[in-house]
Design a protein around this ligand. Structure first.
Ligand code: FAD
Ligand code: SIN
Length: 505
């Protein structure tokens, strides 16, 4: 089936929906998402959104904190642009009806996270992402010019003469591939943290947009900088769900199994050191002592405070038999955020005409070698608004072209699903074992040889079989795995999130 829109947006998280809402209401807009609309990282965000909102905080301080976390690899212009546009984005959300938490004095409550020199994280208790996503969805659904396509999985972009004309998308409900033509196409498909075996992310984050953009000729940057969140729940059935950094911001301690604090031995900022330092410290203690997890303990704070600030985590842990007002939480690091992605300018435009990338799939230059906590939702909001402005100013110049129908004449042998599952498992385990928090050239070369072999297998399989969601994601995943390994092999110095024991300084 053929579809045609002014703007095609791949992704329904903070980046995709903000962009759809920021565009003029007379544009025809398609928002494609591969699951149901709110299944994305945005929906699971806990801590909040960083912005300078108090008179004793300054843009200069937020800029400085971001640059320090980014370890010298941020683009200062992108940092300044994001920080200075943050208050407007927050105001826009408040006007849309978002329910940020207020203190008793009716001022917005600002929490603190690692690497921030000031309290500047605006939040909705410990479920900011859910509130944000629900607010955006409600506004999107009230706009008749925006059409949502759920259970639609983008396979590839269609480009001609270095210009993007749309994309091929697998319609899972109908089991067929549709061609979407658009005058402007936007990749808002989120990050790639599911390339690792253990991740705080939902299953949608398989790096699809980064892989599609790369195949189409986009520049890709900083893929070696994958952020590992220090504190994800360690539990046999609950998966690696996140325990927000705001808990450390509100006084929680990291402890070894015997109850001793250890972070001060690693950094004078202790539990509030930037994430890479905290994650490496935990990883080191776990390996040194042969333990499975460390503790995160907030039980010294009043029970009402804990329940009031962290209601979602309190309830989730209680359902698992753990009362966090009385006992510590077992935590481990897990893959959390992709700092790199498709290289874009301040308008979120890629090097391919009519193709934009926003949110975690993009690399704006804001994060450099390490993202400062709660700067990513901010980046989604600011750059989506900027892309919308650029699209509105240039849409008229763009002729309408049709994407030709998908060629389904390839051999259609039945798939053996279990082989796909084996490939998935192999990629994710390889990345976890050899391209994780601590790396070495030996480990990276091992990863490279395994990824090369898997790539051949997957490409061969792809040439002979019909696609489904699992298969499309696998084909994207192997590309991002290769991009990460190649970037890590090329960097001959440890910096930010990339820590290689062969060149530690
Ligand atoms: P997402 O919200 O991940 O949305 C991606 C969208 O793309 C989804 O709709 C998905 O269906 C769609 N998609 C993907 N592939 C395809 C495809 N092939 N075809 C069609 N659609 C596709 N950041 C903060 O700033 N503050 C926080 O407090 C915070 N907490 C976090 C907590 C957790 C548990 C996690 C996982 C992340 C957190 N982050 C936080 C990071 C932040 O949430 C993400 O960086 C941000 O939400 C990314 O938004 P996005 O719109 O780029 O992508
Ligand atoms: C958290 O709440 O710890 C996550 C914040 C972030 O990823 O920015």
């Amino acid at each position: 089936m053929q579809h045609s829109f002014d703007v095609l947006i791949l992704g329904s998280g903070a980046a995709g929906l903000t962009l759809a809402l920021r565009l003029p209401a007379n544009y025809s807009i398609a928002v494609i998402c591969k699951d149901f609309i709110q299944e994305n990282s945005t929906n699971y965000a806990q801590g909040g959104i960083a912005a300078v909102l108090e008179s004793d905080d300054t843009f200069a301080a937020h800029i400085q904190d971001t640059l320090i976390a980014g370890a010298g690899l941020c683009d200062p212009e992108a940092v300044k642009f994001t920080v200075e546009n943050a208050p407007e984005s927050i105001k826009w959300l408040i006007n849309l009806g978002i329910n940020f938490t207020k203190s008793e004095d009716q001022q917005y409550h600002l929490t603190r996270e690692g690497g921030h020199s000031h309290r500047r994280i605006i939040h909705s208790a410990d479920s900011t992402g859910r509130d944000l996503e629900e607010t955006l969805i409600k506004a999107t659904k009230s706009r008749s010019n925006i059409k949502i396509f759920e259970n639609h999985v983008a396979i590839d972009l269609f480009t001609r003469d270095n210009s993007c004309l749309g994309a091929y998308v697998y319609n899972e409900d109908e089991d067929r591939v549709d061609a979407f033509s658009a005058r402007k196409t936007v990749i808002a498909t989120g990050g790639a943290s599911r390339v690792y075996l253990y991740s705080s992310n939902p299953s949608v984050t398989s790096g699809d947009g980064i892989a599609m953009g790369f195949r189409a000729g986009c520049k890709v940057e900083n893929m070696e900088f994958n952020q590992f969140h220090p504190t994800c729940l360690y539990h046999p059935v609950a998966g690696s769900s996140l325990i927000t950094e705001a808990m450390r911001g509100e006084g929680a301690y990291l402890k070894l199994l015997d109850g001793t604090r250890f972070m001060l031995e690693y950094d004078e900022r202790a539990e509030l050191a930037p994430r890479d330092i905290v994650a490496r410290a935990i990883d080191h203690e776990i390996k040194r002592l042969g333990i499975r997890h460390v503790w995160l303990d907030i039980s010294h704070r009043p029970a009402d405070f804990i329940k009031g600030h962290f209601p979602t985590i309190y309830k989730k842990c209680l359902d698992l038999g753990l009362d966090i007002t009385k006992e510590p939480i077992p935590v481990v690091p897990a893959a959390h955020y992709t700092c790199g992605g498709l290289k874009v300018d301040l308008a979120s435009h890629t090097n391919i005409a009519s193709l934009y990338a926003v949110g975690e799939a993009s690399c704006t230059g804001l994060h450099g070698a390490n993202r400062l906590a709660s700067n990513s939702l901010l980046e989604c909001l600011v750059f989506a608004a900027s892309a919308a402005k650029h699209i509105s100013a240039s849409l008229g110049e763009q002729p309408e072209c049709m994407v030709p129908p998908w060629d389904d004449s390839r051999v259609e042998k039945a798939r053996e699903e279990v082989l796909l599952l084996h490939n998935w498992e192999e990629i994710r385990r390889t990345m976890w074992n050899y391209v994780g928090i601590v790396r070495s050239f030996e480990r990276l070369r091992r990863a490279k040889s395994r990824i090369d072999m898997l790539k051949v297998e997957i490409q061969d399989y792809y040439s002979r079989h019909r696609v489904n969601r699992n298969f499309i994601e696998l084909r994207h995943l192997i590309v991002v795995a290769e991009l990460i390994v190649d970037a890590a092999l090329k960097r001959n110095k440890s910096v930010g999130l990339h820590y290689n024991i062969d060149c530690p300084s």
